[in-house]
Design a protein around this ligand. Sequence first.
Ligand code: AMP
Length: 216
Amino acid sequence: MLRAVLLGPPGAGKGTQAVRIVEKYDVPHISTGDIFRKNIKEGTELGKKAQEYMNAGQLVPDELVVDLVVDRLSQEDCATKGFLLDGFPRTIAQAEQLDKFLAENGQKMDIVINFTVGNETLMARLTGRRVCKGCGASYHIINIPPKQEGVCDRCGGVLEQRKDDNEETAANRIKVYDEQTAPLIGYYKETGALADFNGELPLDEIFDKIVEAIGE
Ligand code: AMP
């Protein structure tokens, strides 16, 4: 059982570490960004509402995000295994709603895994990122290249660039993080759940430190 949140700016490595954490701790991975992208692909009402905000690098309004996460956290697998939230909460209001849900259900957050990465590194990571259309695996044209250019090592799918990973939108997402999400660091410091990690270290090293913090 693990109840954890991944916090950090876009490009900090939340998704990359999430894959490893969910594998080791057998816990449901809840990425709000992935949920929105799936809804956009499927052309749902939610997808239509979220699309404009995402393409502009803005946050989707809290009321569209919170219910969706609360519904997901209410499902059986989260009750028995816990959860790894990736990309939520992103505002103080979202964090308060999450706390409310946890309190109402007699649950407690084990850890908030916070990544720190300099802005220059973030930009290079975001604009060089490529994602598999099939399985969602994440690559980087320089740092984590696939064996064959444009092809996923894992499933052979086509790699593409996320629509919001262009320079202008990426820069805006970092700004939005600084303004609206970074205050969560102080919020979670007060609860005692915050654990800081240098997101510029090699991936394996970061993961080892996370495991040390969570426990085997
Ligand atoms: P991500 O995949 O986490 O980088 O999220 C991509 C985009 O989805 C963000 O830039 C937002 O537009 C939207 N999004 C994802 N999670 C949230 C959230 N918790 N609150 C508001 N918007 C979100």
